[in-house]
Structures are given as structure tokens and as C-alpha cells.
Design a protein around this ligand. Structure first.
Ligand code: SF4
Length: 465
């Protein structure tokens, strides 16, 4: 009888980069004889892939480690991966002595070797240091059946005053365009219809190969990969968001109707203190260029309130910016000082209560904007990628090209490409595309019912898989 496989369980915190890193870590482990399990209690190796962008996220990891500590008595091993590992290093062993592995993202190319040392009986294994190359592996174990992340660039050279990423993820390393395109073709061949290009700053992409594709050229090339129906990309830095990218967005329908362009503050004074490398006016020029695209694009953003020195006037400028840009969505946070950042050494001058109040005002205003602007979708028909089903509400759950969440009712049947409505042939499944007529709009989602494809729809109407 073959020996039982060792098992692992991984919990991921933070951004899509981390989610995708976990997929690559899982793939590496599976290739080295491990099997994934659903619960920590069933695993031999318990991994936390961590985020240190905000203090709260970092604290959570130590809470989880403490919560699972009793399992160490059963001989289970613990590993801390990702940004907290890179930031705290061996200090993690002091704070959580039951941890056996500390590995920052820069060490993932050596992950198999680190795991082997753990298996050979070493009690504490550390993988830190700085990365010089992009982490490329054939061993990714993707969790999502129809949407795939595809890393094109890792690390960051921008050094925003508040951000720990350049420290935890190292300098920018772009992947060769041929390797990215080969993976995109493999994904399409494997049945993925949506690909999301990932990087801390995707639009800082610099092709290291002789092809020397710009980010815009890479986008166009990925958009042309047969079988891909939706291509997204995140995150973009405003400084490098050149008009060429907007032109390509206008030309390729496969590229989603969505740009995420983090602004962080509406005050040029605060932006300068943050070392964001653009002013409010320059940011608004980028927005104007995006708005001038041949087709309408939803714009979303990230915002920080309470950055050191942020005055009432600075905050008012951020609220004015919300009104001016009218974002389709915004992630907003209270500033928290982080170790190994420039602003971490500055006085955290905005009182916590003021930060909380500003965040509340900002989020309320943004919700009002979304509630108002989403009304314009009522009566329109959108193509939605089906993500799941909510049996309680009897609704399908999906996402429009703009990344808006859409809940819809209907026959739940998908149409054969050649047949005319209302004849539906087979049940909808996650990964299918359906047309939905929007009947109601909330601040955070749209509601509708399955409908016929609009006559002008340029894309293949229904997906069969
Ligand atoms: S651009 Fe700024 S905020 Fe974004 S990852 Fe780089 S340093 Fe951090």
C-alpha cells in the first residue's frame, strides 16, 4: 500500500497577488507529494499566507496562530508565508514558537527546498532575502474553475511613503512576454475564459525579452488569445497610465470595461507627502483620458484617510475628488503606520477618532454616488459571467464586465448559440455567460432578470462548456 500523503491547509490574507501566490504554493506542495485538505485540523502542515499592508491584517495572523496553537501538540507543523514573514523574519519564532517555517514571497522559487528541509526534520526553516527574478512555476494549483490570475510583474520600485510592499516584495521584476502569452494560451486551452493580469503596478511592466512589449502591447496580445473572453488587470499606478493603454482598451472588446486606478488622496499636498509621484491635476488628466475612451469604462480606486498631516482641507479635497470622478467603487482605509516605511517613522498625527470620522464620511459619500450612478443601469442589458447560485434567494450571482456584482433570476438556462429566445437548452453553470436585463440598482450591486442578448451584442452570446 502506498504511504499516505502528507496534507496541507493554507489560509490566505490580503490582495489577489497573495491569493495567486497561495495557488502557486499549493501547486508546488502538490507536486512534492502533499495533498490539500479543507480544514486545518486535518492537515499535517498549516500555512498562513500573510498581508502586512495594514496593522490589522498583520495582527490577525498572530491571532490565528494563537488560535491554532493547540494543534501543534498533535505534531502539526506551522508555516508563515508572505509579507508578514518577510517583514518580521525570525522574530516570528519568538512571538509564535510553534511556527516551523517562515518564508517571504521572495523565497518561493526555493519553496520546494525549504519544505524538504522541514520534512527532513529541521525544526525551524527560514526563507527570506530579496528576489531578483519573477517567480515562475508550472505548478500552480488554481482554485477557481473559470477565472485565472496571471502574474506579469512582481515587486515595486515606487516607494510610496506609507507602503511596505517594496520592502516585503522587493524591486520590480517583469516576466518575459512570451512566457506570459504562453501561460495565457494554456489557460484558454484549459477552459478559463477570464484572465486577470496581476502585479503591484501592472502598467510599470517592462518586457525583459528582446520583444520589448510595452504594457499596452502586452494587453493587446493577451486580448487576442483565442478562447479568452474577459481580460482584467490590476493594479495600475496613475503615473504610468499612458494614453496608449486607453487606446488599446478602446480597441479590444475582450479587455474588460474597468480600470482600477488608486488615487489615495485628493490633495496634492498629501500626495506629495505620500510620494505618489503625481498631483491631483495630473491624476485628473488620467481620468479624463480614460473617460474619453471609445467605450465607457468603470473606474474604481483606493483611498487612505488620516495620513500624517492630513488637514480638514486636505480631506475636503478628497471628498471633492469623489464628486468629480464619481468612482464606480472605492476601497478606503484608515492610515496605520507600518514598520520599514518612511511614514512609519513620522508622528501619526491624525487622532484615531478623526480618522474614523473621515472614513465614515468618505464611505457614506461614496455609497451615495454609487447608489445614484448605478440607477443608470436600470433597463439596460448586461453580459454577466455566472459565478454561483444563491438558493435562498433563488438568484444567480455574477459579475459584469465593469466588475459590478449582478444578482439575477430567470430560467437559469443557457441558450444554444444558434437558437432564438425564449428557447433555452441547458442549465446555467458557474463560468457561463448570460445576458441580464437590470431591473433594480443598489449601491453595491445590480439586480435583474435573464434576458435575450441585445441585437447589437458583438460578442458570442452564450458560452457552452
Ligand atoms: S505603488 Fe506605492 S502603494 Fe503601490 S505597491 Fe508600490 S509603494 Fe506600495
Amino acid at each position: 500500500m502506498p504511504a499516505a500523503k502528507k496534507t496541507f491547509w493554507i489560509e490566505t490574507f490580503g490582495c489577489q497577488m497573495n491569493v495567486h501566490d497561495s495557488e502557486r504554493v499549493a501547486g508546488t506542495l502538490c507536486a512534492h507529494g502533499f495533498a490539500a485538505v479543507e480544514r486545518a485540523e486535518e492537515a499535517d502542515l498549516i500555512l498562513f499566507n500573510t498581508c502586512s499592508i495594514r496593522e490589522k491584517a498583520a495582527q490577525k495572523v498572530f491571532q490565528r496562530l494563537a488560535q491554532f496553537r493547540p494543534l501543534a501538540k498533535e505534531g502539526k507543523q506551522f508555516g508563515v508565508l508572505g509579507c508578514v514573514a518577510q517583514q518580521e523574519g525570525e522574530a516570528i519564532f519568538q512571538r509564535a514558537p510553534h511556527v516551523n517555517l517562515v518564508a517571504g514571497s521572495a523565497s518561493y522559487p526555493r519553496l520546494a527546498e525549504l519544505i524538504a528541509r522541514l520534512e527532513a526534520g529541521e525544526k525551524r526553516v527560514t526563507g527570506l532575502g530579496s528576489a531578483e527574478e519573477a517567480f515562475e512555476t508550472e505548478l500552480t494549483r488554481r482554485d477557481h474553475p473559470f477565472r485565472a490570475y496571471l502574474t506579469i510583474i512582481e515587486g515595486c520600485d515606487k516607494h510610496c511613503a506609507y507602503c511596505v510592499v517594496p520592502f516585503t516584495r522587493g524591486p520590480e521584476r517583469s516576466r518575459a512576454s512570451a512566457s506570459i502569452l504562453a501561460e495565457a494560451r494554456q489557460l484558454a486551452a484549459a477552459g478559463y475564459s477570464e484572465v486577470q493580469l496581476l502585479g503591484q503596478n501592472v502598467n510599470s511592466y517592462r518586457d525583459p525579452s528582446p520583444a520589448r512589449l510595452s504594457f499596452a502591447e502586452l494587453l493587446a496580445a493577451v486580448a487576442e488569445v483565442p478562447g479568452l473572453r474577459r481580460v482584467r488587470f490590476t493594479t495600475s499606478h496613475p503615473r504610468d497610465f499612458h494614453p496608449e493603454i486607453v487606446r488599446v482598451l478602446g480597441e479590444h472588446e475582450t479587455l474588460c470595461d474597468h480600470v482600477h486606478l488608486p488615487v489615495q488622496s485628493g490633495s496634492s499636498r498629501v500626495l506629495a507627502a505620500m510620494r505618489r509621484d503625481y498631483t491631483r491635476e495630473q491624476y485628473l488628466e488620467r481620468i479624463a483620458a480614460i473617460r474619453a475612451c471609445r467605450r465607457p469604462l468603470a473606474i474604481t480606486t483606493d483611498l487612505i484617510v488620516g495620513f500624517p498631516g492630513e488637514s480638514d482641507e486636505d480631506f475636503a479635497a478628497t471628498i471633492e475628488l469623489l464628486d468629480e470622478v464619481r468612482y464606480a467603487g472605492a476601497f478606503s482605509f484608515k492610515y496605520s503606520p507600518r514598520p520599514n516605511t518612511a511614514s512609519g517613522a513620522w508622528p501619526d498625527s491624525v487622532p484615531e477618532a478623526v480618522k474614523a470620522e473621515r472614513l465614515m464620511i468618505l464611505q457614506r459619500r461614496q455609497q451615495e454616488i454609487q447608489q445614484h450612478d448605478n440607477q443608470s443601469f436600470v433597463g439596460r442589458t448586461l453580459e454577466v459571467m455566472v459565478e454561483g447560485h444563491n438558493p435562498k434567494l433563488g438568484q444567480w450571482i455574477g459579475r459584469a464586465s465593469t466588475n459590478r456584482s449582478v444578482n439575477f433570476t430567470g430560467s437559469g438556462l443557457r441558450e444554444p448559440a444558434a437558437a432564438a429566445l425564449p428557447i433555452f437548452a441547458a442549465p446555467l453553470r458557474p463560468g457561463d455567460y448570460a445576458w441580464v436585463r437590470i431591473t433594480k440598482a443598489g449601491a453595491n450591486s445590480l439586480v435583474g432578470e435573464q434576458a435575450a442578448a441585445p441585437a447589437a451584442a458583438g460578442r458570442a452570446m452564450w458560452k457552452s462548456r
